[in-house]
Design a binder for this molecule. Structure first.
Ligand code: URA
Length: 190
């Protein structure tokens, strides 16, 4: 039977597929337009996301909103999700076993959305989605075609908060994303 958003949300909200289910406050399913042409994918919820059940609502999320605004995007035009849907304790990197347990939900989200462009936010998402040996310092901003979808990775907004010297490169990457959206995305006017 064809998958539906309703079935996917029900499965995801009830998931106890890894130990993160024991410590979460909320499952952080995703946010944005379910028919978006562009998806942004982070690594996993932090404290504020866990408390509110919405991705990228803390400081890094505010910066992500500012980054979207630079290229005339906002949460009504894109879809935002994470590799893992529950908060790793102390914001540690999600373990491979946790990513493996959760990645099916992201695959189902992607299959329902059918985006033209996927932007990975940071190393963890790029490794999970573009290629296992992705090197964020040398390969951010490059484009990869996977199954008819154009994919790229940029520095994670939390990394840009820690190290402002990375921001000029990210500005160039955002401009490249804007060009790609203009080239490929018929109903996203930016
Ligand atoms: N960092 C992420 O990778 N995802 C969020 O939702 C919040 C912070």
């Amino acid at each position: 039977m064809a998958d539906t958003w309703e079935a996917l949300k029900r499965d995801c909200m009830a998931c106890r597929g890894c130990a993160l289910a024991d410590t979460r406050t909320n499952v952080v399913f995703g946010d944005g337009a379910e028919d978006a042409e562009i998806m942004f994918i982070g690594e996993g919820p932090g404290q504020h996301e866990d408390e509110q059940g919405v991705p990228f609502v803390g400081k890094a999320g505010q910066l992500l909103d500012d980054m979207l605004e630079i290229i005339h995007l906002d949460r009504t035009k894109v879809y935002i999700a994470n590799v893992v849907k529950c908060r790793p304790p102390q914001n540690r990197d999600p373990l491979n076993v946790e990513q493996d347990a959760c990645i099916g939900f992201l695959r189902r989200q992607t299959a329902l959305i059918r985006p033209k462009i996927i932007v990975c936010l940071g190393r963890i998402a790029a490794k999970a989605i573009i290629k296992e040996d992705f090197k964020i310092t040398s390969e951010h901003g490059q484009w990869f075609a996977r199954g008819g979808v154009q994919m790229t990775a940029i520095y994670h907004p939390a990394a840009l908060l820690r190290d402002v010297s990375k921001r000029p490169e990210t500005f160039e990457d955002l401009k490249s994303i804007q060009s790609k959206v203009r080239e490929l995305c018929g109903h996203t006017d930016i």
